[in-house]
Design a binder for this molecule. Structure first.
Ligand code: NAP
Ligand code: MG
Length: 499
């Protein structure tokens, strides 16, 4: 199977043909040492593009450019409304190029282009626009103070929310364009400058976004994009002494390393990490409704979602019927390349990811789970994995405890609500959960008992720009989106004037 170039827009073809360079200080540059790596199409295993393999010298140049842009020049002089206007323009450009961006994402990541268009690209544009609105609405507070030591003086006291400075942003491969927008939006709204490192598997949409950032009129050095591997390029960004804040989305394992390195110099740090989100069906949900909800929770984006509903808790009396209905939905997906219009599930992002997911499924079976449907797809090319349902593993099994990051759900029966709350909270993660029932009283009693940054009721994986997003426990530190994100992109300065 080769890439279906006949399905590509002229704009996508033109982008693929342009040489790939990194954006540093407003210039498109190769890596200092000339090194490159290849980004492949996971559906055909064909090379898509050669991309610069940036390392510490390139990170250093990018951080210097970001520092310079932060400290002086046109960006530092911009008013909030100027920053708003630029973000709105960038959002418009993302929208104007939506079909091309969706194809780039489908080729580089594997996901269906229709999904990329409706979710990744549309949400990125809407988020940048929402963040543009915040640029003019961030403000400090005026305080009425009662200084205990000095009764005879009066004071004017206020706080300022000042941009934190140079932001180092490291993003994963599951929603490449959207994750770039999640980092850039609040940074640019609040007046920070950025060095962005996309994931090695999916560098292309960030480079196209870089072109749109230049087109929107951002001054040189405000956004720098350095492509390269995590161990050298990413680690150099985290360790750089002139990066004021690190924001990372990815695995808990790497996140702990990133957080520890940032903490060495007390750089500000936000971590959005892994999850093992429980989906709890109460007994008023019919097996059909429960299966439809559970399928939406786990199979979206090939299951490569940090909030994926990967543990399905079912009342014992509905267990068999619900698992059967879920397997029926799982077997109905059409696997194919993301750019083909009738594909409903693309390949996993890489051979490594496919091997990892297959390893978990095998371990689950060895631990006692029943493989109801799914497993690695039998294709000669591409990293395809069929939607997979496992039933009945012990709570200690790795398929119940660890993030798989693939289209694999483990269904588990329960008898009592107290029991299921304990089991749902019984992993190191706390990113998200969903509860499904039309019994309002039971739902409201359950929600406060679940240790997760987001609890959905009768839905799963739905996000909104205004809704803070982040993890409890080992799912991370800090919040993205909403007003809450600005706590992490600004420093509070208190000013006291004796008058
Ligand atoms: P990862 O290693 O955590 O990668 C995330 C980002 O961090 C990538 O840009 C990566 O660069 C970079 N990175 C890797 N090592 C680094 C280091 N030492 N210092 C600084 N940056 C570093 O995730 P992955 O290897 O792609 O995927 C592994 C597993 O992580 C998945 O199977 C999944 O379970 C989980 N994951 C979770 C999320 C999430 O949103 N919760 C997202 C992605 C993956 P390179 O990729 O270019 O090396
Ligand atoms: Mg790729």
């Amino acid at each position: 199977m080769n890439i279906r170039t006949d399905l590509l827009l002229p704009a996508t073809r033109a982008f693929l043909q342009r040489p790939k360079r990194m954006l540093i200080g407003g210039q498109w540059v190769a890596a200092a040492d000339g090194a490159v790596f290849v980004s492949e199409d996971p559906a055909t295993e064909s090379p898509l593009a050669e991309v610069p393999a940036g390392k510490s010298a390139d990170i250093d140049a990018a951080v210097q450019a970001a520092r310079h842009a932060f400290a002086q020049g046109p960006w530092a002089a911009m008013r909030p409304s100027d920053r708003e206007r630029l973000l709105l323009r960038l959002a418009d450009l993302v929208e104007a190029n939506a079909d091309e961006l969706a194809q780039i994402e489908a080729l580089d990541n594997g996901k269906p282009a229709s999904m990329a268009r409706a979710v990744d690209v549309a949400t990125a544009a809407s988020f940048l626009r929402y963040m543009g609105g915040w640029a003019t609405k961030l403000h400090g507070e005026s305080l009425d103070v009662s200084v205990p030591l000095v009764r005879e003086r009066e004071f004017v006291t206020f706080t300022r929310q000042e941009a934190v400075g140079v932001v180092g942003a490291i993003i994963p491969w599951n929603f490449p364009l959207l994750m770039a927008a999640w980092k850039l939006g609040p940074a640019l709204a609040s007046g920070c400058t950025v060095v962005l490192k996309p994931a090695e598997e999916t560098p292309l949409s960030a480079l196209r976004l870089g072109e749109l950032i230049v087109e929107a009129g951002y001054p040189a050095g405000v956004v720098n994009i350095v492509t390269g591997g995590g161990a050298d390029c990413g680690a150099a960004l985290v360790a750089h002494p002139d990066v004021d804040k690190v924001t990372f989305t990815g695995s808990t394992e790497v996140g702990k390393r990133v957080g520890t390195a940032a903490m060495q110099r007390l750089a500000r740090v936000t971590l959005e990490l892994g999850g093992k989100s429980p989906v709890i069906m109460l007994d008023d949900m019919s097996p059909e409704a429960a299966a439809a909800g559970a399928a939406q929770a786990i199979f979206f984006n090939q299951g490569q979602v940090c909030t994926a509903g990967s543990r399905l808790y079912l009342p014992r009396r509905h267990f068999d019927a619900t698992v059967e209905a879920l397997a029926g939905i799982a077997n109905g997906f059409r696997l194919g390349a993301g750019i083909e219009p009738d594909t409903t599930m693309g390949p996993l992002v890489s051979a490594r990811q496919r091997q990892r997911v297959a390893g978990y499924v095998q371990a689950g079976v060895e631990d006692g789970a029943t493989l109801v449907c799914g497993g690695p797809a039998d294709t000669s090319r591409g990293h395809f994995f069929r939607p997979t349902v496992l039933a009945g593993a012990p709570d200690s099994a790795s398929v119940v405890q660890e993030e798989i990051f693939g289209p694999v759900v483990v269904a588990l029966p329960y008898d009592e609500i107290d029991e299921v709350v304990g089991r749902a909270n019984g992993t190191p993660f706390g990113l998200a959960a969903s509860v499904w029932s039309n019994d309002l009283s039971r739902v409201h009693r359950l929600v406060p008992r679940i240790k997760a940054g987001t609890v959905w009721v009768n839905c799963h994986n739905l996000l909104d720009n205004a809704m803070p997003f982040g993890g409890f426990k080992q799912s991370g530190i800090g919040r993205e989106m909403g007003r809450a994100v600005f706590e992490h992109y600004t420093e509070t300065k208190s000013v006291m004037i004796a008058v």
